[in-house]
Design a protein around this ligand. Structure first.
Ligand code: NDP
Length: 322
């Protein structure tokens, strides 16, 4: 069967992807949107968003994304809950393959966002998937650690913000940072350093996650975190910190695996766009949101860049016809 053809395909449904969909659908381009593994993007794993203009009392992240989704549907956007597994940008029209089929597009808008980074131990990511007490999202999982002693790794704004949030649940939050100075903003540092439930462990990295096998209420065996093996970055000494939970907050990486070797990226893997536009290194392919932005990374800037990508795509398509 021939792949179904579309003027515009949008990959990703964070604020960037949805905004691109609103604009392109209102321009009668009938975009097809793939929402992938995390529909709604990173905002669906946050709680309250207080800085998105238009919501004077704040809005919950998942609610904001649902509003955006409904807004795209209102103008006739087609959203498919398929995960894109490959793209071929070497031919026109571009070919997009998903876990369910194959599609072609004249213009492609990439809004695949960024994902939380893991420490590279392997075990941290594995335990996060298996419910072993490791997480990269305090607002999603903090609740599970009520009255427990936990740890969080990182020294940026995210780590400090999440550490403070976690003190609402945990009996004690151990913040582990690889240096003796925090990267977070001064205001955030002042608040966190004042919080008596946060203990700071300076110059430490997590060398290993120590686990124990426990029995679940269903009688299954589950590998759960019981302690962290910490290494001092100054003198190399090892120590053990008993904790029942671990949060990893060491930054994000752009979701660009699909485009490796096809589109230009910077040294951190973010897609490179022409200054002041959403144009990537291939004409007809546009990028917006966190996949091309490691500076601002806000919902509102992602939405703004989604609008830029839609307008750039619309103009580019018109030029091809003319
Ligand atoms: P950052 O990149 O700012 O910080 C990452 C932290 O993790 C750093 O302290 C870094 O250490 C540490 N780290 C990185 N890799 C490792 C590793 N492999 N092992 C151990 N530690 C590691 O990321 P954030 O997510 O904190 O913030 C991203 C952006 O979002 C920033 O611009 C931030 O200001 C912003 N932000 C703003 C908020 C707000 O204003 N409310 C809230 C959250 C984020 P080192 O310092 O040594 O490099």
């Amino acid at each position: 069967m021939a792949p179904s053809h579309h003027s515009v395909i949008i990959i990703g449904t964070g604020p960037a992807g949805y905004t691109a969909a609103i604009y392109t659908s209102r321009a009668n381009l009938s975009p097809l949107v793939f929402e992938g593994a995390q529909p709604g993007g990173q905002l669906t794993i946050t709680t309250e968003v207080e800085n998105f203009p238009g919501f004077k009392a704040g809005v919950m992240g998942p609610e904001l994304m649902e509003e955006m989704r409904q807004q795209t549907l209102r103008f006739g956007t087609e959203i498919r809950s398929e995960t894109v597994t490959a793209v071929d940008l070497g031919q026109r029209p571009f070919v997009v393959t998903t876990d369910d089929g194959s599609y072609t597009a004249d213009a492609l808008i990439i809004a695949t966002g960024a994902s939380a980074k893991w420490m590279g131990l392997g075990k941290d990511e594995r335990l996060s998937r298996s419910g072993g007490g490791v997480s990269a999202c305090a607002t999603c999982d903090g609740f599970f650690f009520r009255g427990k002693e936990i740890a969080i790794v990182g020294g940026g704004d995210t780590a400090l913000e999440e550490a403070m949030y976690l003190t609402k649940f945990a009996s004690k939050v151990n913040l582990i940072h690889r240096r003796d100075q925090l990267r977070a903003s001064k205001a955030m540092q002042e608040r966190a350093l004042k919080n008596e439930k946060i203990a700071f462990h300076w110059n430490k990295i997590v060398e290993d996650i120590l686990t124990a096998e426990v029995e679940t209420p269903m009688g299954d065996k589950l590998e759960k975190i019981r302690a962290l093996k910490l290494k001092d970055t100054v003198n190399g000494s090892l120590s053990e910190l008993p904790v029942e939970g671990l949060f990893v907050a060491i930054g994000h990486k752009p979701n660009t695996e699909l485009f490796a070797g096809q589109l230009a990226t910077d040294e951190s893997g973010y897609l490179v766009v022409e200054k002041g536009s959403s144009r990537t290194s291939i004409p007809g392919v546009f990028a917006c949101g966190d996949v091309q932005d490691h500076t601002y990374r806000q919902a509102i800037t992602a939405a703004g860049s989604g609008c830029m990508a839609a307008i750039d795509a619309e103009r580019w398509l018109a030029e091809q016809e003319g």
